[in-house]
Design a protein around this ligand. Structure first.
Ligand code: ZN
Length: 168
């Protein structure tokens, strides 16, 4: 049941979210035969760790010569300080063939770069607060359960303690 829901989500999600970068690691899909469920899950995880050479994401970022949109991120005052963008700048500068190992290092920047103009990105990570506006892409920040719990604890710590006053 949970796997079916996951597969449906994955199928619907894939149809809604285009993957113009064509990252091979990012396009891995879970295929499950219920008679060998643990093995299939393990294969799925192993596929993510596999290093794929010559990932087609290089056309999106512009190896050796950054694309105009990649340059916006690299040269931006705020975006240029983000780890994913710093990694992106180093990889473009290195001018070497892109592998999916590199894709993992530029994750947030690549996600922002491949968003089409008609898609609003729903995100947890705060880096998209800078990345999306720099690329003129709509975004909506949602919070994880742990982030909400942290905020509530911080509010409780700051809340004034109730005063004790004498009766009458
Ligand atoms: Zn890749």
């Amino acid at each position: 049941m949970a796997v079916e829901t996951l597969k449906t989500f994955d199928r619907v999600f894939k149809s809604l979210v285009p993957n113009p970068a064509g990252c091979k690691i990012g396009s891995n899909r879970l295929r499950v035969n219920y008679n060998r469920f643990p093995e299939d899950l393990e294969e799925f995880l192993i596929a993510f760790r596999e290093d794929v050479n010559e990932c087609s994401i290089d056309a999106l970022v512009g190896i050796g010569q950054p694309t105009q949109r990649a340059r916006v991120l690299i040269e931006g005052d705020k975006t240029g300080k983000l780890d994913s963008v710093k990694n992106l700048a180093e990889l473009i500068e290195a001018n070497a063939a892109f592998s999916c190992k590199s894709c993992r290092e530029i994750g947030d920047a690549a996600i922002a770069l491949e968003r089409p103009a008609d898609v609003r990105l729903l995100h947890l990570d705060e880096s998209f607060l800078q990345l999306c506006p720099a690329l003129e892409r709509e975004r909506l920040h949602i919070f994880s359960v742990s982030a909400i719990t942290r905020q509530q604890r911080a509010k409780q710590a700051q809340a004034p303690q109730p005063r004790t006053t004498p009766e009458g």
